[in-house]
Design a protein around this ligand. Sequence first.
Ligand code: ZN
Length: 438
Amino acid sequence: MKLLWTLLIGVTLFSTASAQLTPPNETAMSRFLRYVKIDTQSAEDQPTVPSTKKQCDLARLLERELDDIIMLDVKVSENCIVYAMMPGNLPDNSKVPTIGFIAHMDTSPAVSGANVNAIIHKNYQGGDIVLPNDKTQVITVAQNPDLKNLIGDDIITADGTTLLGSDDKSGIAEIMTMLDILKQNPNIKHGNIAIAFTPDEEVGGPMDQFDIKGWGAKFAYTVDGEQLGDISNETWSARTATVTFHGKSTHPGTAKGILVNSSYAAGDFLSRFPNMVPNRPETTEGREGFLHPYVGTLDVETSTVKILLRNFDIAGLAAQEDAVKKVMAETQKKYPNVNIEYKSELGYLNMKEVLKDYPQLTDYAIEASKRAGITAELRPIRGGTDGSRLTTRGLPTPNLFTGGHNFHGKLEFNSRKGLEKSTETLVNLVQIWAEKGK
Ligand SMILES: [Zn+2]
């Protein structure tokens, strides 16, 4: 039954797209449903890479599947980055740059990714989608206008108790299916294709240890975006600030005049944000940056608040640091006995600074989308990707859509068309690079 269904999906895609193509051995949908079952949630502030060992379970599965597609140089690094290479089939592969594709294996620490129960809402006919195991979780048309474009599609959600893991197992399924299609269809001409699947993207990732040279790609794409057509060559510049409040702990029974409770100062600091910092995630969109206190610890002796600083422009990031320090100064006035300390760390820089010199990367991706019947648009990402770090390190890496929506939450979804059209775009893209290289 499942086999027949799989085959039908494959035929549907390729009868409309290009009648002469042999369908892949396995559809993107079928691969996706297998990958989301594997819990790969990453964790913040771990000393090890990857932050959780379970991510390596998916790495090893992908290693086996890549071996089955007969890729070259398949390997899993010490920190569970999967690398592989599909050699080109051109008379002279050196005339076309090696193009890399990257997707990440981990899912967000924000919501559980264990025991994901994917639900397929077949032949969606419009309206809000109530998730069956927690009826308070509703994907509304009002908040998801793209649902209007998915009438008749099969929508995939979680059951309301976990995230789905479309971010970024959609990207993995689409890349794997692209390779499968290329293997089944040697008539599709392409240069060398480098593949990498990474752990810990959601927590800052091991991209400083990514072996750019050994991998061999001259340009790359992360396949980690959202709705069909969204292509990005611009991300935030990102810093994370940690504000630490040092108090003084002692036995509460004999604490009079001695104890200084740092948690009051941390509370005061946080309570000032809504008044003093107008740009927060809940009040901004488009190209507006924000400050976002997102995690902290409370203790008598030491309390901390961590804050995300996000801005498309580097000068804006500096202004945001000043804004945090202003809030700190107010709290310091009120709690003179608490020693308040500020530290911040640069996460990544807006990749536009580099990508503006390589417009062909996104031009070809827009053309590849068009050939798949998708109208693509360049949109800045209000987030970062593995590509932000790689671009900063010298490997230009814009981001492509996966068809997914509502990342990092229980309302995450993708669809059959989302997976298939994204896959088709990748297949078109490697052909366009080959055409341009002639
Ligand atoms: Zn992602």
